[in-house]
Design a protein around this ligand. Structure first.
Ligand SMILES: NC(=O)c1ccc[n+]([C@@H]2O[C@H](COP(=O)([O-])OP(=O)(O)OC[C@H]3O[C@@H](n4cnc5c(N)ncnc54)[C@H](O)[C@@H]3O)[C@@H](O)[C@H]2O)c1
Length: 266
């Protein structure tokens, strides 16, 4: 059409006009974190990848455009401050995705296991968020997504030690962050993934029987993918969710609603 730019030119102009947003993702080399980083990069974010796994970080940063590998431990304030200095940008967005689980019944857990899970999952979220928010306030804007779990709601799983308690903590911490930081233009929400066939859960699904059992429990009829979580994370980081604040979004194919689904009404 007369007066229209050719498509390729329009695309390059659009990119120039779009302000490149800056995102920090923790647990960035994991199943879910890496997908969030990939999708963010495809949506014009510059992405700072925080993780403790150096080898995976180097490889991932080569695969993701406009990304910066930041070797750091979320449980160390010093390490996170250095990583943010190296990123040398004020982040517009943060996803706290680093997480671990130590399996075993509560009686089998020792205080060291419990403490380690607490430190990575909950204390780490606090340390990184505070360090990033101290930068975000300079722009009076920012968005944060904290990754919890369906275990953090009403569904603790037997044999997962401190995991569910830390994930419940993430939901409450997110609500508190939303109260304290909203006035600074910083929106905070949590995501609670369900049965996601990646990362820390991938080993469960190698067992065909276990996989089928879990699939059959999900009302939508399939296991979740990392991409299902990444899309919701990107939505919560974007202006499209500008009035969602202090929420915990379940991304679980409906599995949390199934407690009464097998009860007969005859
Ligand atoms: N996969 C699932 O089914 C599922 C379900 C619900 C919630 N989640 C949550 O999603 C998040 C990502 O899980 P995933 O399945 O991708 O697991 P994953 O094990 O693949 O990823 C976790 C990442 O965190 C990193 N990490 C661990 N300790 C760290 C530390 N101290 N500092 C920095 N990075 C550290 C690991 O190196 C790893 O790359 C976790 O918080 C997890 O609890 C996962």
């Amino acid at each position: 059409m007369a007066g229209e730019f050719p498509l390729i030119q329009k695309e390059s102009i659009r990119k120039k006009l779009t302000k490149v947003k800056k995102l920090i993702v923790t647990g960035a080399t994991g199943g879910i974190g890496s997908e969030i980083a990939r999708l963010a990069s495809a949506n014009d974010y510059k992405v700072g990848l925080i993780d403790t796994d150096e080898e995976k970080l180097t490889s991932l940063s080569k695969q993701i455009n406009n990304s910066v590998p930041l070797l750091a431990d979320v449980t160390s304030e010093e390490s996170i401050k250095t990583a943010l200095n190296n990123f040398s940008e004020i982040p517009d967005a943060l996803v706290n995705c680093a997480g671990i689980v130590r399996y075993g019944s509560l009686l089998e857990q020792n205080p060291e296991d419990f403490t380690k899970v607490f430190e990575v999952n909950l204390l780490g979220c606090f340390i990184v968020s505070c360090a990033v928010v101290k930068l975000m306030v300079k722009n009076n804007s920012g968005t944060i997504v904290n990754v919890s779990s369906i275990s953090g709601g009403k569904h603790p799983a037997i044999g997962t030690g401190a995991y569910a308690a830390t994930k419940a903590g993430i939901v409450m911490l997110s609500e508190q962050m939303s109260l304290e930081w909203g006035k600074d233009g910083i929106r905070v929400n949590a995501i609670s993934p369900g049965f996601i066939n990646t990362g820390m859960s991938a080993p469960h699904y190698k067992d065909n029987q276990e996989r089928k059992k879990r699939e059959s429990m999900v009302p939508i009829g399939r296991l979740g993918k990392a991409e299902d979580i990444a899309k919701v994370a990107l939505f919560l980081l974007s202006e499209d969710s500008s009035y969602i604040h202090g929420e915990n979004i379940l991304v679980d194919g409906g599995v949390m609603n199934t407690v009464l689904s097998n009860i007969s009404r005859n």
